[in-house]
Design a protein around this ligand. Structure first.
Ligand SMILES: [Mn+2]
Length: 298
């Protein structure tokens, strides 16, 4: 068996105390039959929006367990919540389920995205056993190293890709540096985030290219950091493929596609199309029959 290098040496002491609490609920039975993976990667849940397919994600989380869980940004939609509170029970249940997995020993790492960038103020901190990190490096069981990041920091670079390509590496690095700090300042001043996807939709011709550009930029960043691959989110388009010798993995989303990525015990990464499976199984809304407290299909 491969060495479990990604396991934390120390755990927050609060976790030990919480682990002793008994959790008498029906979820235990469901999770007893859950498939166990080395790692689970999830992004773009957008809790707090009407588009979030929380019941589908609850179904997925009940059936999938892992030693390490990466939440790769846009888990909670802070921008949407600012405009008006939308927080149904199922959204609460998703948070509870993730915290519960942390209590039961899973290492949960939260890498914020643009919609939950308020969490970037808490990088390096722990909440209920959840670690907040700006980016992370994940070492898979096969020794491959993956850069874990949401991907939104490259929005400005992608927007100006044509000019930056002409100006070279120096301009690229500068654009990245400036956009990171600009967004930090904008956030401090309470301005909204400049949205790549909104911009891409506005400029329809560019929308076709923007996924391709995003993938290229993320792969370039992984290469620059000397790792074997990247696991990201942001563009709501799941992927797992080799691009120029770098593994490009995107977790997709829980708004439209309902996809996640798992790492098997041998280090193999796989996209799980839970939305597609649920539809095929005749459970288009992901409900488990007989579970209380879950919203009915609307
Ligand atoms: Mn995003």
């Amino acid at each position: 068996m491969a060495p479990d290098v990604h396991r934390p040496v120390t755990k927050p002491c609060s976790k030990t105390a919480m682990a002793n609490m008994t959790m008498p609920d029906s979820e235990n039975q469901i999770e007893a039959g859950a498939r166990r993976f080395r790692t689970l990667f999830i992004s773009d849940v957008h809790l707090g929006t009407k588009g979030c397919q929380a019941p589908m994600l609850l179904d997925f989380l009940a059936r999938h367990d892992a030693d390490t869980i990466y939440l790769i940004g846009d888990i909670v939609d802070g921008w949407r919540l600012k405009q008006g509170w939308y927080w149904p029970q199922a959204h609460n249940d998703v948070v509870q389920k993730l915290l519960r997995k942390a209590r039961k020993g899973a290492r949960v790492i939260y890498v914020p995205g643009n919609h939950d960038e308020f969490l970037r103020d808490y990088v390096g901190m722990h909440f209920g056993g959840v670690e907040v990190m700006e980016t992370a490096i994940h070492e898979a069981a096969d020794g491959r190293k993956y850069l874990i990041m949401h991907g939104d920091v490259f929005d400005t670079v992608i927007r100006h890709a044509r000019w930056l390509a002409l100006l070279g590496d120096w301009a690229y690095g500068t654009a990245l540096f400036v956009s990171t700090w600009l967004n930090l300042v904008r956030r401090r001043l309470g301005f909204t985030y400049w949205s790549l996807s909104a911009w891409a939709k506005y400029k329809v011709k560019n929308a076709v290219n923007f996924i391709g550009r995003f993938e290229e930029v993320l792969v370039a960043e992984a290469r620059r950091q000397g790792v074997d691959g990247v696991v990201c989110g942001h563009i709501h388009s799941a992927a797992n493929r080799m691009m120029g010798g770098i593994v490009y993995v995107n977790t997709g989303d829980w708004v439209e596609s309902c996809t996640a990525v798992v790492e098997h015990e041998d280090g193999r990464l796989e996209v799980i199309d839970w939305g597609g499976r649920a539809r095929a199984a005749g459970r288009p809304h992901g409900e488990l029959p007989g579970e209380r407290g879950w919203p009915q299909a609307a």
